[in-house]
Design a protein around this ligand. Structure first.
Ligand SMILES: [Zn+2]
Length: 534
């Protein structure tokens, strides 16, 4: 087959390291057509041209990349990106480490090829490609991620986080559709009510929903996790945000007093008790809204404020004259988190006496943001720097609140991860597939100036949770707002609701079932989702 051998060798290597699939029959048939000896030069030339076309379509067919239709449907959301960011995204399709590895393999094989008949070996390896892959997968430590095992849901009891053995699971499309329908039916029964604080507004605590775009556990360097989250009073280790895009994730938080809803329901009105804004307003809170950006990308802000979507109808406070810290991936300014928040606190103290519930949204960590002094370079390289800055700002803001002496509950909750490393299905920064690596996010709570916090040890919630757990905790604290009861008792941690894993975007859904994850593609077909880090 001459040079064509290298095409098949590269594909086999990519298959064995988990980047692509390998359809044996189609590939062998293609190879056989290439082997047939042709004497006529014109026909030979034609075969090369046709071969290149077939090889390209075959490679796409074997790849795990989304179908052309899905790529086209994602295109409108790209049109606001700066040219610089678009270029950066395109360059991520090529993984330099893999290119180097393939080049090295080709070099070694071409040296061996001087002595051996490579074509026979390539055909043999193609025939044995799947058994070889099974052996490689068995001994691949990346396939045994313990973090994932408890977050998937089980068939028999979708509220316990999945204790069932997986050997006998029915993973047919029909059954997975049924499990999904049951999941949403169960979720529809859950709602959290908040009690009124109107009788004693002076002792009620303030609430800040600190909503962060682009931060999942997988985006953080392992060594940084401990120091970053040690000061959280409560830490949710398996909190699922349910979506991998900002818009739906924000609506999910805004409806966090009810269980998770199907993606399409997020854009039509829901029951009044599901709107967090209304729950706070009814309880006696003055609601406020602030972002560190203009909120115009993909109609983020209007969608939040729309009655039938997010329902956070409070008017936008604006950036209050804060310092610009970055330029966003779509070109507009991003304001310094600490500066915006400190200015807000000053303004609030001078103008409002009763309890306040603020929704704050930051995009400081979003992919494609440029620091003011940054020229060129990948924005992935500045992620860690921006993350450390955000956490420092967050901690400094808590110190500022501490000085006011006013009890304040801050819920630190990310929208979704940054997909910093990407996987076999999507390049770094892309989030079309709402995988657990993107939607299981580090969520925490700080109870600043709360009485009864002497000798406090961080409470870690290790079970799979989502918004209802956070709002149940808030409801418990509002309900038992009495300094005579120890704070920990007031929180009633053991009874917090668990939520089996489910995350959804417009076209794609991932559901935990048994200890595995299943992906439902836009055509409604299910397949097992395995994480493969790029
Ligand atoms: Zn976001």
């Amino acid at each position: 087959m001459g040079l064509w051998n290298y095409y098949f060798i590269c594909k086999l290597i990519l298959f064995w390291i988990g980047y692509i699939d390998f359809h044996v029959l189609a590939n062998i048939l293609f190879a056989l057509v290439l082997i047939i000896p042709i004497k006529n030069r014109f026909l030979r030339l034609n075969r090369i041209v046709l071969g290149i076309l077939v090889a390209t379509t075959h490679l796409y067919y074997d790849s795990k990349l989304p179908g052309f239709q899905r790529l086209l449907s994602a295109a409108p959301s790209l049109k606001g990106f700066t040219a610089e960011y678009m270029l950066e995204l395109v360059s991520r399709f090529i993984n330099p480490k893999i290119v180097q590895g393939l080049f090295l393999a080709i070099l070694v094989i071409s040296v061996l090829g001087l002595k051996l008949r490579i074509t026979s070996f390539v055909l043999l390896f193609m025939l044995g490609s799947h058994p070889i892959n099974d052996i490689l997968q068995k001994y691949n430590p990346a396939n045994h991620s313990p973090e994932q095992e408890n977050v998937a849901c089980s068939d028999t009891d979708s509220t316990n986080g999945g204790a069932e053995t997986i050997a006998n699971l029915d993973t047919s499309d029909k059954n997975l559709d049924k499990v999904l329908a049951e999941f949403y039916a169960d979720q529809a029964k859950i709602s959290v009510g908040l009690e009124s604080v109107k009788a004693s507004p002076e002792t009620a605590f303030d609430i800040i929903l600190f909503h962060i775009c682009s931060l999942a556990w997988t985006d953080i360097e392992p060594a940084d996790i401990g120091p970053m989250f040690a000061d959280f009073d409560v830490l949710f280790k398996k909190f699922n945000s349910g979506a991998s895009y900002s818009g739906p994730a924000a609506i999910r938080l805004m409806r966090g007093t009810c269980g998770l809803q199907p993606h399409e329901s997020l854009y039509t009105a829901t029951a009044s008790q599901c709107y967090v804004h209304d729950a706070f307003a009814r309880a006696g809170y003055q609601t406020q809204l602030m972002l560190n950006h203009d909120g115009q990308y993909e109609n983020f802000l209007p969608s939040l404020q729309m009655r039938e979507r997010g329902g956070w109808v409070a008017p936008l406070l604006g950036e209050l004259g804060a310092r610009v810290a970055m330029k966003a991936f779509y070109g507009s300014p991003i304001y310094d988190d600490l500066d915006v928040l400190t200015r807000w606190l000053e303004q609030k103290r001078s103008s409002i006496s009763g309890p306040v519930a603020l929704y704050y949204n930051t995009i400081s960590l979003h992919d494609g943001n440029k620091l003011l002094n940054q020229t060129g370079g990948s924005t992935i390289d500045t992620y860690n720097l921006r993350l450390k800055e955000l956490i420092t700002d967050y901690k400094k803001f808590l110190d500022v609140i501490k000085k006011t002496k006013r009890p304040t509950l801050v819920l630190f909750v990310p929208e979704h991860g940054a997909s910093l490393h990407g996987d076999a299905l999507q390049i770094p920064g892309m989030r079309e597939i709402p995988s657990p690596e993107i939607t299981i996010v580090p969520t925490g709570m700080n109870l600043v100036n709360f009485p009864g916090k002497d000798n406090w040890k961080q409470v870690v919630i290790d079970k799979p949770t989502s918004y209802t757990a956070a709002f149940t905790l808030i409801a418990n604290l509002i309900h038992n707002n009495s300094i005579s009861v120890p704070l920990l008792d007031r929180m009633d941690i053991a009874k917090l609701p668990t939520t089996p894993f489910l995350a959804q975007n417009e076209q794609t859904l991932i559901m935990g079932y048994g200890s595995k994850f299943f992906l439902r593609d836009p055509s409604g077909k299910w397949s097992e989702y395995k994480s493969t880090r790029r």
